[in-house]
Design a protein around this ligand. Structure first.
Ligand code: KIV
Ligand code: ZN
Length: 528
């Protein structure tokens, strides 16, 4: 008998469950959502967490799209231990060659090549007839197969493609060596029942369909991406393409955390397993949200702040009697812990190190010393220090440790009668420089003072403040997006003082703009 938390403890399923391959495209389709761009270091950080979490395939980028994408795929390939690293390529030879070149550092690699197959895509985007698209499928899969025996082929806009034609191109892709056939619902148009039938139809009608893995890639325009993905699995797909927090083009892609937890929680309906350690889902969600500054909606399934909160009297009453009354998953299974009180200012270095390990961080001695010093400073100023405070300190330290310019001190004069004034001292590679400036509000004054020290043309296109924990003495986490000459960077700063956090975030953004390798602006790609 199954319980609300899955199979009864110790009870073995009658037959081993089939594995569903989890293909994460946060770094490719996710990064394509406007404003979600990540730096190379951030992409490597996300990729390493995905690998540790047990994701099977990491789509690391679209190497021909820009020099930055190419380098990210190359760099990610060096760091990934277990997952297959995948690079996207259109059906052109140059795309496939570039993807192969970028994947050469990866232990296990996949080339993912695609072309639009629907009448709309053939006629308007590609201006090709059925036979011409068919020829492109043959040529692209053959070319990719020349580089690797792990080739994924996608029929873009598959769910609006005529079934007969879809069978014809899928058959060609299999015959020429594709090992995974991906059926994208590119525009988020299909329904669960339709998706089940499409995958079933392909498996029944296409010769040698049993030799490949069918995959689904669903967008969320009608809010059905996760349901459609799971329906694809019911139809016989064994790979789901998804992203952390459902990040992605327009309304996003199927959310990885929802897919994984639906399979796990409803194993009676979905008798499958994934390789993902669900206890890392919350950490991955927070990391992706932080590096992209895309907030996670409060009531988002699995990883939203309220996903396990019970407010109404009846719910609270039920929860106190038995958690299963209103909870179908245990918070700890997705990595939500009761945010526990951390040791206070008298805690020693060893206890602090073991706390970091419990939170999943292993720092070298120098980094540990720096974070420990900041923890002590914080403990002097803040009454209660929670796990989330420690996480914010570590993330801030890791992100800014190697930056050349740092905030040394800040004084702000703010209030009802302006102009507000800021006096800031920055450390420029060992040299301290101080400036003061006024502005229309304290943040404007701070940014003007910084500009007096580091002249720049960057514009601020996003400024966001988030309280790390509850309470009036909570640390502030400020995220900024700066744009200069077509380049965009995201940066964060954390401090108990919101103005200091703002200054740190802005300075960190400028560091990134100045020191970042000139990443060629992504080209506007034609369909082929
Ligand atoms: O949505 C889509 O069709 C895609 C393909 C490139 C797989 O992202
Ligand atoms: Zn997509």
């Amino acid at each position: 008998m199954s319980t609300a938390h899955g199979a009864e403890a110790g009870q073995q399923p009658a037959t081993p469950k089939e594995r569903v391959v989890i293909f994460d495209t946060t770094l490719r389709d996710g990064e394509q959502s406007p404003g979600a761009s990540m730096t190379l270091d951030e992409k490597v950080q996300v990729a390493m967490l995905l690998d540790e979490m047990g994701v099977d395939v990491i789509e690391a980028g679209f190497p021909i799209a820009s020099q930055g994408d190419f380098e990210s795929v190359l760099e990610i390939g060096k760091h990934i231990r277990n997952a297959v690293v995948c690079g996207l390529a259109r059906a052109g030879m140059a795309d496939i060659d570039r993807a192969a070149e970028a994947l050469k550092t990866a232990r296990r690699s996949r080339i993912h090549t695609f072309i639009g197959t629907s009448p709309t895509h053939r006629q308007y985007q590609l201006r090709m007839d059925e036979d011409q698209v068919y020829e492109k499928v043959v040529a692209s899969v053959t070319r990719a197969r020349g580089y690797t025996d792990d080739v994924e082929w996608s029929a873009m806009d598959a769910t609006r493609t005529e079934p007969d034609y879809l069978c014809r191109v899928v058959e060609a892709a299999i015959r020429h060596g594709a090992t995974t056939i991906n059926i994208p619902d590119t525009v988020g148009y299909t329904t669960p029942d339709e998706m089940t039938r499409t995958i079933r139809m392909l498996r029944e009608r296409v010769p040698n369909a049993d030799r490949v893995i069918f995959s689904v890639h669903c967008h969320d325009d009608l809010g059905m991406a996760v349901a459609n993905s799971l329906a694809g699995v019911i139809g016989g797909a064994r790979q789901i393409e998804c992203t952390i927090n459902g990040l992605g083009e327009r309304a996003g892609n199927a959310a990885l955390e929802e897919v994984v937890m639906a399979i796990r929680t409803r194993s009676d309906v979905f008798p499958f397993t994934t390789g993902v350690d669900s206890r890392m889902l919350m950490r991955a969600s927070k990391l992706v949200s932080a590096v992209t500054a895309f907030p996670v909606q409060y009531n988002k399934a699995i990883v939203g702040q309220n996903a396990f909160a019970h407010e109404s009297g009846i719910h609270q009453d039920g929860m106190l009697k038995n958690a299963q009354t209103f909870e179908i998953m245990r918070p700890e299974d997705v990595g939500v812990k009761e945010t526990s009180l951390v040791m206070g200012k008298h805690s020693g270095r060893a206890a602090f190190r073991s706390k970091l390990e419990e939170l999943g961080y292993e720092l070298g001695d120098n980094a540990l010393n720096d974070v420990f010093r900041r923890f002590k400073d914080l403990a002097d100023r803040k009454k209660h220090i929670f796990d989330d405070d420690i996480v914010a300190l570590v993330e801030d330290e890791v992100a800014t440790a190697s930056e050349a310019v740092k905030v040394v001190s800040l004084t702000v004069i703010a209030g009802t009668s302006g102009p507000q004034k800021a006096i800031i001292t920055l450390d420029l590679g060992g040299q301290h420089v101080t400036r003061e400036a006024t502005g229309n509000g304290p943040v404007d004054a701070i940014f003007n003072a910084i500009k007096g020290i580091i002249p720049h043309n960057a514009t601020l296109s996003l400024y966001q403040v988030h309280a790390v924990t509850g309470g009036t003495d909570a640390q502030a986490e400020v995220s900024v997006r700066l744009e200069e000459d077509g380049r965009k960077v995201m940066a964060r700063g954390t401090d108990p003082d919101t103005m200091v956090a703002s200054a740190k975030a802005y300075v960190s953004g400028l560091n990134k703009l100045v020191t970042r390798r000139a990443k060629a602006a992504p080209t506007t790609l034609k369909a082929i």
